[in-house]
Design a protein. Structure first.
Lengths: 304, 170, 758
């Protein structure tokens, strides 16, 4: 333990308005701490630059899940356990649930929060690729009010986000439009549990099933098996969690066959920017990224 | 309202520890692990890594398994904390602890308090877990000595004994 | 005397109750009044001259106790085999993390900043980081030639075998460093006063090693140094010699301050600064006949010892002696050497050289199999040692060991043949490949050669006033079951119940030196001495007329109480006597290297996921002959735990080095297996007994470290048809090898006969 607790302040106002007015009074001076699974590790290593912290753990306004007709709003201080225990999240947003189930062990899932995962902004964050795939929006709140930003544009660089110094992530808005999508998520870690991702893929796809319930006016039978919509989001392959837009473009409107799988793998490999680091190599990450995309497509095709 | 000089001072923080109310006067960023071990003298909870990886510092907070090395004591205010010292009742070993003894679940013993709390937590949510569920439930607790097999056997044995005990007491 | 029935029974762990209730006291659980906390200022460079030390601003230095080499009362060294390792570096540093200064303060939270505020100016010197650089003498960093020790083992006429050989098979195999990763970090508390002298309490394996080191460092006589072992949270060899260093540091601070001092490392410091398994490189060149018999060979075994000698000569010795494995070598030349690099000294880790040389050998056997076009099973059958044959050091195998039978059992329990057939079909699909691999090996119990004679271990047995017995040994418990098994042995030998025997705390003021708790010697060698001491007690009681030939435990205890009440203390000591049939020549490195070997065949089943290139071990069978199993639950636990650690060695645990410093010193980045990464581990014992061990027991604590790595890598090679000669074998390495194969790179070694990809 390389930090001196005497050097740090921690306050817990206990309600959102008081937290926000503190952040507004001294923007950038107070570091929000929720479950502490990232902040406390840095702190104990003597590597936390902040000296003043404000606890947002268990704030009632931030730790709730609201189910609306078209969206689900997951409060920023909801833990991974909260996510896994919620019926609607389990049913309609399985990628988020699964990601939560392999973020650390149970003890860390009981404390780690989705807001913390987002704000920490590591490209290896487990919940981040699913959020990209689900095209989530974030509700950012401050004393000045609330704004809604697409998660897709939230990360602006390595560990840099749009979050202002006086803002908190109030909620993650998940559109309820994916029940018919085929869902796939896989994390490749350094071991089977309690691991940081070396590569991960969260993917959703909607296949035309030949039934007469899609927007197109073409003869449905002609489009059976065609990929109508696809989202591929990867972690640990770039400075930020990444949507593979170019690869998605190649896939949209096509049927899965071995050639498409090959092209998609190649496209994914060119689209990502992996590095060599303490956990893995760029060439490994590239190969496995392509493999994950291929695996997703093969399973998609097998699921019919 | 926050006075920044006051924020850096010690303050009184109260919580329930193993069923009894305690109050400590300490820094809000003191780790719960250190408060338990140093200020409250309960050394059963151990530090193995200081990064929330090994689970040796596991305690229950409001019935939830948590790593106490990652909890600033201020966040434990008014919480219900259970440590290994809070487990045995009436001087008799709980079924779980007895099963660990019977099956060889403890070798060097340093991971054992955290492991027992994790198992206790698992069994309280899932009284009859499969071997796979036991494996997953304890995946956040590292053991370097046992290779885990005898730990899982101990948990399974405790679950079986509980089931027998229940059916006998009907 | 009635058969006690205590040995061979899974009695509960002696100290188990305290462990499962959180009452067991480890060093960090102890607080002494007025205690200070200590910390270490360490080198940031691998090699250089110390020019200037500056104490930076912003720290109330007058509140700190500061110790440098100048404060050392005796000799500035950590005495072990050599005395080349300083306790605190003075003019030169020779590895990153080398200790330079010690600081102490009542408030431990002030120490990290204070350590950071000490700046050291160096004149950096060129440093060496690999075996190759060291042996090439691209710089001399230790002694005259960077070599701690060489060991030549020669048998038969090796030079004549090459012409007769139908195949000459070559291979080079490497193993990386491995961190012991005991869950309890190193820690010590020291206290000094002019009257009683120095006392240290700590996490340690060998109280008398620490005792010897402190005597020399502090210039104190034996009776003014006291070392007490606390409950120790895992050791695996990592607390064999390192505790002497941290005890020395705590002692110096305690002496200078006049207050008790506690030093406990955090994980980052422990990983970066303390010992690890020696990295190794083994080169094999083997002459083989066309029916697969080894005619002879050359084995070059080299280990990286780090910056100071410490235990390297002994690790080298065991590695060299085990390099030929459980096979008959008509002739062999083994050239073993331990070389220096500018890394923190490497040290003991379960297996102690044997996992390294046996990894190479067992990989090489599969390579030989391929060259000769025999199966891995058959090649081993044709070369297994048989009773009456001699080992590489010329030791005659006197045990009735039947390795064929052990192999048959392993094959049967693992379902080897059926799985091989199944996998051949299953592997036609693309997403994963399955394979199965074996390793056969032996592990010598006790100190090598004349080591036990040199140790001259002593054991005591004391009868207390209430008629219960106390075992007096310096052997320590750190999870492997020392206390439990020695009490079982004493109880059985005395005719008492298990609950009537306890062990004394390992305190150098209270117990004799029964040798270090290493080398799988505790049950076999020390246990045998406990048996002897028990016989001494019984003889005293019978010759004083208090006990008949047969008696109940209650009668025994009554006799003891009477004796103690009327005659006083009842104690018996036994001292090690080298067995006459175990003769070893230290000069020529020939003869009986160990009083007994345990033998094993392990089988690993793996699946390689071709999407992620990761290996999962799906099933593991461990069959071993260990003399006698004295406690089935503990024995199984040792094998399973060792196999788990060895799976880590094979597939997960990589030390990332940068200029001699470990970069991944946190549990997040140094990957040990979790419960989700391990297979069911199925353990089977054979028991042939052995005259040298207590109740026929031989050693078993280290042997499970020897077999899994080669069995697993053999299985991966079986699955993929690609050769791997290094551990740890990570998914990244598998990917690179598969990518290389598909871009048509040719593997080397044309001399192996028909070119094949294994």
């Amino acid at each position: 333990m390389r930090a001196n607790p005497a050097d740090y302040e921690l306050v817990a106002p206990g309600n959102l308005p008081d937290v926000l007015s503190l952040l507004a009074k001294e923007p950038g001076a107070w570091l929000p701490i929720a479950g502490g699974t990232d902040v406390m590790v840095l702190y104990a290593a003597g590597k936390l630059p902040a000296r003043k912290l404000v606890s947002i753990w268990n704030l009632p306004e931030l730790r709730r899940i609201e189910v609306l007709p078209a969206e689900v709003h997951v409060g920023g201080a909801c833990t991974y356990t909260d996510l896994q225990e919620h019926v609607i999240i389990r049913r309609e947003f399985p990628l988020l649930c699964l990601a939560g189930s392999w973020t650390g062990g149970i003890a860390n899932q009981n404390r780690g929060t989705i807001g913390g995962n987002i704000a920490n902004a590591s490209p290896a964050g487990d919940s981040l690729p699913p959020l990209l795939a689900y095209e989530a929006d974030l509700l950012l709140v401050s004393a000045r009010g609330e704004r809604r930003v697409p998660y897709r544009s939230f990360h602006i660089g390595y560990r840099k986000t749009q979050l202002g110094p006086d803002e908190l992530i109030r909620a993650v808005c998940l559109p309820r439009q994916f029940s018919k999508y085929y869902a796939y998520v896989r994390k490749v870690g350094t071991r089977n549990a309690q691991a940081i991702a070396k590569v991960s893929l969260a993917a959703l796809a909607l296949i035309n099933d030949g039934a007469n319930n899609h927007r197109t006016n073409d003869d449905p039978a002609n489009n059976r098996g065609v990929i109508e919509d696809v989202r591929l989001a990867m972690g640990s392959v770039a400075p930020v969690p990444l949507r593979l837009a170019a690869t998605e473009k190649i896939l949209k409107g096509k049927r899965v066959d071995s050639q498409l799988v090959r092209l998609a793998g190649q496209a994914a490999a060119s689209e990502i920017l992996p590095i060599d680091d303490i956990r893995s190599t760029a060439r490994y990450r590239t190969a496995v990224a392509a493999n994950l995309v291929a695996e997703f497509l093969q399973r998609l095709s097998a699921a019919g | 309202m926050t006075d920044s000089s006051r924020g850096r001072a010690k303050s009184k923080i109260s919580f329930r520890l193993n069923g009894k109310l305690v109050t400590v006067e300490t820094y809000p960023m003191a780790r719960l692990l250190d408060v338990l071990r140093l200020e409250l003298g309960l050394t059963g909870t151990k530090e193995g890594c200081g990064e929330g990886e090994c689970g040796s510092c596991s305690v229950l907070m409001n019935g939830m398994l948590v790593n106490s090395c990652l909890i600033p004591v201020l966040q434990a205010k008014d919480a219900d904390i259970l440590t290994i010292e809070g487990l045995p009742s009436d001087g008799r070993l709980q079924k779980l602890q007895q099963a660990f003894l019977d099956c060889g679940g403890a070798q060097c013993g340093i991971c054992t308090p955290g492991m027992i709390l994790a198992a206790h937590h698992l069994l309280s949510k899932n009284p009859q877990p499969t071997m796979e569920q036991i494996r997953e439930g304890l995946a956040g607790n590292l053991c370097r000595c046992t290779g885990y097999v005898q730990i899982f056997e101990a948990v399974a044995k405790a679950a079986r004994r509980e089931r027998q005990h229940e059916s006998e007491s009907r | 005397m009635k058969n006690g029935g205590v040995v061979g029974v899974p009695v509960p762990r002696k100290e188990g109750h305290d462990k499962v209730t959180g009452q067991a006291l480890y060093v960090d659980d102890m607080v002494l009044p007025g205690m200070l906390h200590g910390a270490t200022v360490r080198s940031r460079i691998p090699r250089g001259k110390v020019k200037k030390i500056t104490f930076g601003p912003g720290i109330a230095w007058h509140e700190f106790v500061i110790v440098s080499a100048k404060d050392i009362p005796g000799k500035n060294c950590i005495a072990l085999i050599e005395e080349d390792q300083p306790c605190l570096a003075e003019d030169m540093v020779r590895h990153p993390e080398e200790p330079l200064l010690l600081l102490a303060h009542p408030d431990r939270h002030l120490l990290p900043k204070a350590v950071e505020a000490v700046s050291v100016e160096y004149e950096a010197l060129p440093a060496i980081f690999t075996i190759e650089e060291s042996e090439r003498h691209s710089g001399i960093i230790w002694g005259t030639d960077n070599t701690f020790k060489t060991i030549p083992i020669e048998k038969g006429d090796v030079d004549s075998v090459w012409q007769q050989a139908d195949f000459i098979v070559e291979g080079t195999y490497t193993t990386g460093a491995q961190e012991q990763l005991y869950i309890e970090n190193n820690g010590m508390i020291a206290s000094f006063d002019a009257q009683s002298g120095l006392t240290v309490w700590g996490s340690l394996q060998c109280p008398y090693y620490v005792h010897k080191a402190l005597m020399k460092l502090c210039g104190l006589p034996a009776d003014r140094v006291r070392v007490i072992q606390m409950e120790t949270g895992g050791a695996f060899g990592g607390k064999e010699d390192y505790p002497s260093m941290i005890a020395a540091h705590a002692a110096l601070l305690a002496i200078k301050s006049g207050k008790p001092v506690k030093i406990v490392y955090d994980r980052l410091e422990d990983m970066a600064a303390t010992t690890k398994r020696h990295p190794s490189r083994t080169r094999h060149r083997t002459a083989v006949s066309k029916d697969g018999k080894i005619l002879g060979g050359e084995i070059e075994f080299t280990i990286d010892g780090g910056a100071y000698e410490t235990l390297s000569p002994v690790v080298l010795s065991r590695g060299a002696i085990h390099a030929g494995g459980p096979y008959y070598w008509p002739s062999v030349r083994i050239r073993a050497k331990a070389v220096a690099t500018n890394a923190p000294p490497h040290g003991a880790f379960r297996g102690f050289g044997a996992p390294q040389s046996l990894f190479a050998l067992e990989r090489h056997m599969d390579r030989i199999a391929q060259a000769v076009q025999l199966s891995p099973i058959e090649i081993r059958r044709r070369n297994f040692l048989k009773p009456g044959q001699t080992t590489t050091t010329g030791q005659i195998v006197r045990e009735p060991i039947d390795l064929d039978k052990l192999l048959d059992e392993a094959l049967e329990f693992s379902g080897y043949q059926a799985k091989k057939r199944k996998f051949a079909i299953e592997n036609r699909q693309q997403s994963y490949k399955k394979g199965i691999g074996i390793a056969a090996f032996l592990h010598g119990a006790g100190f090598t050669g004349s080591g036990e004679r040199y140790l001259a271990s002593q054991v005591g047995l004391e009868i207390c006033g209430d008629g219960r017995a106390r075992v007096l040994v310096s052997s320590t418990e750190f999870g492997q079951g020392t206390k439990t098994v020695l009490c079982q042995i004493a109880a059985e030998a005395l005719g008492l119940g298990y609950e009537d025997v306890e062990t004394a705390r390992p305190d150098t003021h209270e117990v004799p030196n029964s040798g270090p708790t290493v080398a799988s010697r505790t049950v076999m060698v020390v246990g045998k001495l406990v048996q002897s001491a028990a016989i001494g007690i019984k003889q005293t009681l019978t010759s004083s007329g208090l006990l008949g030939d047969s008696y109940s435990p209650a009668e025994f205890r009554a006799a003891c109480r009477t004796y103690v009440a009327t005659r006083g203390q009842l104690r018996s000591f036994a001292q090690y006597e080298p067995p006459e049939d175990v003769v070893w020549d230290d000069e020529k490195y020939r003869g009986s290297a160990y009083a007994a070997f345990s033998w094993a065949v392990y089988v690993a089943e793996v699946a390689v996921d071709l999407t992620t290139y990761s290996v999962s071990v799906d099933d593991f069978v461990a069959v071993q002959e260990v003399g006698r199993v004295l406690n089935p639950v503990l024995a199984k636990g040792q094998i399973m735990g060792g196999v788990a650690q060895a799976i880590g060695f094979a597939l997960f645990e990589k030390v990332i080095w940068e200029k001699g410093r470990m970069q991944n010193g946190q549990m997040t980045n140094y990957i040990m297996p979790t419960s989700a990464d391990l297979p069911p581990i199925r353990v089977y014992f054979e028991e042939l007994g052995n005259v040298h061990g207590a109740y026929g027991a031989k050693g078993l604590g280290e042997m499970p470290m020897d077999g899994p790595a080669p069995a697993i890598v053999n299985a991966v090679a079986d699955a993929l048809g690609v050769r791997f000669d290094s551990v740890p074998l990570l998914p990244e390495d598998i990917f690179d090898a598969l990518a290389a194969r598909s871009s048509m790179e040719t593997p080397s070694s044309a001399r192996e006969g028909p070119r094949q990809n294994q």
